[in-house]
Write a protein that binds this ligand. Structure first.
Ligand code: SAM
Length: 503
């Protein structure tokens, strides 16, 4: 394959979020990327047998899709929950559906009636001590949680039911099968706890945990009574469909090509991963952590603690976030972000591509990414705004025009040549924005698009370092230019020409 001649992806790829059973409905995780977009990027920028690395792998979309595309998928994440989900999905390709159904039957015989009976008992009458079950440690939760300690996240019947199920699953000897059953259990845990909030206007059992919507342990005002056995059992519907889908994918590839697909998992800080994989990746697709709002390790305690996978103190210190229990500053985040992107470029071979998903108001974050690329002799070849696909987060819904949604995919080509550093120039943000708006032919505009274009323009003319604009200034400029925010659709609409100052 001649990597230097690859045509970069130049258009938005419409996301099929629910299209793959192997990712959708198996286990929730934060900011999971649409599998079809990731897969198309992998196919475009690499070849069969290539090594594809995602240093911030999350739930494993990159490495799993790489594996299914007959490549070597390397999943890395500092969060044990992320790796547990990713490798659990891969385990599905190692077992038969008959074995899954056999063990499901055994667990049904041993647990179904007991769990159904417990669901019917008055919560105040449940005494967990009389049951022979192992409970997780009752650790302290992050300070911004509604609950103080781990057990406060559950009603007695929820805690007991989940403990009974886990005790039974732990007895499975085959590690792949045990992992798959724990995956279903862990996905059930996401619903069987007091952070589960029903979606308004839908059946009570439809909804999700506040951990994934507002990124903290907020307890529901009304606890939804979901039968844990039904919830656990229903997970297998998705698991079996995911397994079938993966096997079909693999069979199809085997029929066309020699199968070399593989998957490996690591729990290293990105800068440590560099030491292990220096200049060895053929393609990197990654989605780094977002700064504020999401403290992945704190928010994953619900799972990591009970699964016995608690991160080390070192993991907490290495996490690239703003805030969290260690109260990391924004400066610290930007510094670490830049170093980790630089490390990612070091992991990439020369004459290869790296794509990075990002979206944030703070231009310094973009600058960190773009200057790390420049220092690594990587050229920005394409920047695609994936707007229109986003599941609007609670932040977007609440913050309306001041919060960004949608993703921006930057693709770089790493060549083996030193490029001159661009000279700093004088900056006039307003005139750049006018130029972008004048060239924009639509009457609906996403603020994300405008910001992305602004960053790119600034990058092209070498003024990214001086580009400082905050959301209020951008909103003011848009208003001044005659654009109004549409509250319902979350985009900006062009007003008539008479009220438009820029035309
Ligand atoms: C935006 S998420 C990735 C989500 C992923 N794209 C998916 O589809 O699931 C960023 C990930 O970076 C991880 N992370 C944070 N700091 C890290 C570090 N220093 N080294 C490796 N991973 C880290 C977080 O645990 C989180 O899973």
């Amino acid at each position: 394959m001649n990597y230097s001649e690859i045509n970069p992806i130049s258009k938005r790829i419409p996301a099929k979020r629910q299209g793959a059973k192997r990712h959708y409905g198996i286990h929730p995780y934060f900011t999971r990327r649409p599998f079809n977009v990731v897969r198309d990027y992998i196919i475009n920028y690499s070849a069969s047998g290539d090594t594809i690395i995602d240093p911030f792998g999350g739930s494993g979309v990159t490495a799993i899709e790489a594996f299914l595309e007959n490549r070597i998928g390397i999943q890395n994440d500092i969060n044990p929950l992320a790796n547990f989900i990713a490798s659990g999905i891969i385990e599905l390709s190692k077992v038969s559906s008959e074995d899954i159904l056999y063990y499901l039957k055994i667990i049904e015989i041993n647990c179904k009636n007991e769990l159904t009976n417990i669901s019917a008992i008055d919560e105040s009458k449940i005494d967990i001590k009389i049951y022979q079950v192992k409970l997780p440690p009752n650790i302290k939760l992050p300070s911004n949680s509604d609950a103080e300690r781990y057990f406060d996240l559950f009603t007695p019947s929820q805690l007991l039911s989940m403990a009974i199920l886990k005790t039974e699953i732990d007895k499975i000897e085959n590690p792949s099968l045990r992992h798959i059953f724990l995956l279903a259990w862990s996905s059930t845990l996401a619903r069987i706890n007091k952070t589960f909030i029903s979606t308004q206007g839908r059946a009570e059992s439809r909804g999700g945990s506040s951990i994934f919507s507002i990124y903290r342990y907020k307890l529901a005002k009304n606890i939804v009574k979901i039968n844990p056995w039904d919830c656990f059992y229903n997970r297998f519907h998705n698991i079996l469909r995911a397994r079938k889908e993966m096997m079909q994918n693999i069979e199809l590839k085997k029929a066309k090509d020699k199968w070399v697909g593989d998957f490996k998992v690591y729990r290293l800080d990105v800068e440590e991963l560099r030491n292990l994989f220096f200049e060895s990746a053929d393609y990197i697709f990654t989605d780094p952590p977002y700064g504020g709002h999401i403290s992945y390790l704190d928010l994953s305690i619900l799972w990591n603690s009970w699964l016995g996978l608690m991160p080390s103190k070192k993991n907490y210190e290495e996490e690239i976030i703003v805030g969290g229990e260690l109260k990391f500053t924004e400066e610290h985040y930007i510094n670490r972000l830049k170093k980790s992107i630089k490390a990612s470029f070091d992991i990439l071979k020369y004459d290869r591509w790296l794509s990075i998903v990002f979206q944030h108001w703070n231009i310094e974050y973009f600058e960190a990414i773009l200057s790390a690329a420049e220092e690594s002799h990587a050229e920005l070849k394409s920047a695609i705004t994936q707007i229109g696909d986003t599941i609007w987060s609670m932040h977007k819904k609440k913050g309306k025009e001041s919060v960004l949604a949608g993703e921006f995919i930057l693709s770089f080509y790493k060549k083996n040549k030193i490029k001159g550093v661009k000279e700093a120039k004088q900056i006039d943000i307003k005139s750049i924005i006018i130029k972008i708006l004048q060239n924009y032919k639509n009457d609906k505009l996403y603020a994300e698009y405008l910001l992305n274009q602004l960053v790119l323009e600034a990058w092209k003319i070498g003024i990214i370092k001086q580009l400082k604009i905050n959301r209020d200034q951008l909103i003011e400029l848009l208003n001044e230019a005659g654009w109004n925010y549409d509250d319902k659709n979350h985009y900006w609409c062009k007003a008539s020409k008479s009220t438009n100052l820029f035309y």
